[in-house]
Write a protein that binds this ligand. Structure first.
Ligand SMILES: [Zn+2]
Length: 381
């Protein structure tokens, strides 16, 4: 371990010792704001924390002056951790860091925070030309990306850079799905199932009819859809009059997600028509309430983007062949992407995130640092 790696590791260890479970982020927010200031940043803490239930004031932004003429490059990581993340006792071996097994380690995402701090320190100490850096440390990523959703975006001039919030350094995430959460309430008509079932409309049959014609599961290469929750019915001798379904649709392509969601809605509308009938001389029809809410937009960074190329080239120098890949889930990158940012997500070397067997692989961690540093040094716009 060289002195720089030792410093990076020490920074990481000091960060994991600060409790920062989601919504309890005040201490780490203040710590990081102070660190950025010491490193020569102009620091701004926004008011995101006032918009939901966290004890922190807001997201931390650091404006680090450059020595070369360029738009700023953006580096981002999140400040919170999942649970159990209190009183982490890091155990360091030659190759990795783990917790003592009773908590998570918090390498997700403190390894990312440490790398960014160490990159700034290195830039300051070396005699290189480099662009200005805009640091974005977000709150509450692990709980609905609420920090990123409430970030004061107008403070930022840069639109390109890196997010450091992924496991393997060999995998650079350039795509991530947009997700819609879908809820459907189907109302039929109750009737005695033994005496006069023809006077009822089964909400279950309406839903079944809709689902039978719906594209679900793997819809295409980029799109999937699923219903995972169904609730309805109380007794066997009544035609079911109410049914609730909850599901989601995901796509790497925002337009395809819109199309799939409209298709799912149309299937229910068709079912309403199909089950509309005359009962005792009156037209009766089932009712469907279909509500779709976007959880987050898609990430789509072109594989030829200069930032992707810079990371791949820097990886090569470290003896790594980094592959541009798609993620299945959502993170800050999705939210920032929705606000017009292009931020591939670089792995920091952690494994088994969100578990008590989480680890940080030191070799990868050090490489992720070198790659981030190279990508920043080569950035000009
Ligand atoms: Zn994370």
């Amino acid at each position: 371990m060289n002195p720089q790696e030792k410093h990076l590791l020490d920074t990481f260890l000091s960060l994991v010792k600060i409790d920062s479970e989601s919504f309890d982020e005040k201490t780490i927010q203040q710590f990081l704001a102070a660190r950025l200031q010491e490193l020569g940043c102009k620091v701004y803490v926004d008011n995101a924390g006032k918009k939901y239930n966290t004890n922190a004031k807001g997201n931390v932004m650091g404006f680090f002056p450059g020595t070369a003429k360029s738009l700023p490059v953006v580096l981002s990581a999140h400040m919170d951790t999942v649970t159990p993340g209190k009183q982490v006792k890091p155990q360091v071996t030659k190759t990795r860091v783990t917790s003592d097994g009773t908590t998570i380690l918090g390498a997700d995402d403190k390894a990312g925070l440490a790398i960014i701090l160490e990159v700034l320190r290195t830039l300051k100490e070396q005699n290189h030309l480099y662009p200005p850096v805009e640091v974005v440390f977000t709150l509450t990523e692990e709980n609905g990306m609420q920090g990123a959703k409430n970030l004061d975006y107008k403070k930022l001039k840069g639109r390109e850079g890196l997010i450091l919030d992924n496991e393997e350094v060999g995998k650079l995430l350039v795509q991530g799905p947009a997700v819609n959460t879908i809820e459907v309430w189907v109302k039929g008509l109750a009737a005695h199932a033994g005496v006069c079932p023809e006077k009822g409309i089964s909400a279950l049959e309406v839903a079944a009819y809709a689902l039978a014609q719906m594209k679900l599961g793997r819809v295409d290469k980029e799109t999937v859809a699923n219903f995972g929750i169904v609730q309805g019915g109380r007794v066997t001798n009544v035609v079911m009059n109410e049914l609730y379904l909850k599901g989601e649709a995901r796509s790497l392509n925002n337009a395809k997600l819109t199309k799939q969601t409209a298709h799912m809605k149309a299937c229910f509308e068709k079912a309403v028509k199909h089950f509309t009938k005359k009962i005792d001389g009156k037209i009766r029809k089932p009712e469907v309430k279909f509500v779709s809410v976007q959880r987050y937009p898609a990430v789509h960074v072109s594989k030829g983007h200069p930032m992707v190329k810079a990371v791949l080239a820097a990886g090569k120098k470290q003896g790594l062949s980094i592959r541009a890949a798609a993620s299945g889930g959502g993170c800050d990158a999705n939210i920032l992407s929705g606000f017009g940012f292009t931020l591939p997500n670089l792995g920091v070397g952690c494994r088994n995130c969100h578990t008590t067997s989480e680890s940080l692989e030191l070799d990868e961690f050090f490489k992720a640092f070198q790659i981030t540093l190279s990508a920043v040094l080569s950035y000009r716009k």
